[in-house]
Design a protein around this ligand. Sequence first.
Ligand code: PGA
Length: 255
Amino acid sequence: MKKIIIANWKMNPQSAKEAERLFRAVAQGIRGVKNVDVIIAPPFVYLESLNAISYKLQVHFGAQDCFWEDRGAYTGEISPVTLKTLGVRYVIVGHSERRAHLGETDEMINKKIKAALKAGLIPVVCIGERERNHLEDTLLFLKGQLKKDFDGIKPSAAKKIIVAYEPIWAIGTGKAENSDDAQKIAVYIKRVLQELLNAKAALAIRIIYGGSVSAKNAASFVKGGVRGMEGLLVGGASLQADEFVKIVRSVALQK
Ligand code: PGA
């Protein structure tokens, strides 16, 4: 199975020109890389212009959010159907920054997952605990999030869903999760998904890691094959083309 690496640019860069420059540098740097799917999730407003220059480049596009309705009077929101028409394949839902700053709840995230699937997008569902005291507490917390986020999701949709485990304490702090715990958590998430959906569906859902991923630690998270993390969600490091290209290339070397 191909590994997946998603660049979450968040609210950066500030101009279309800079976005284009970063995009070209990344696309150039990952040329020839075969066994990794690279997805760039820029701010919405750059999707169209970046897509226009992506011809023949080995990148896919992701969005950082979507709304749960297809159309209508929802000022400032963006429809998953519109994203699809812009060439977007993946959509991040439930990022902890949206949960924290915009009050997104698991109920809203559940509706967004369903709307994304309906529009033919692959939702990247973010879960993660605020603090780490005991691993046991973390696992229980994640189970609670998964239960709500996956409420009413059919097992047949599983292969179209990605779960991103992003411990909040690791995001943007330079303190990444240690890769052994990350592997344990990936296995645990699969087990919960098996309970919520079924065994086949749990196997089909890819689990990726996010939180202070760098060129130094990227490979360590994806070492376990299908029993471990199957990819990465990269924030800060995805804004530096050289660093991001190193991340992609180091993951490509893993079996
Ligand atoms: P970070 O962000 O890589 O800067 O920690 C990850 C994320 O928020 O998706």
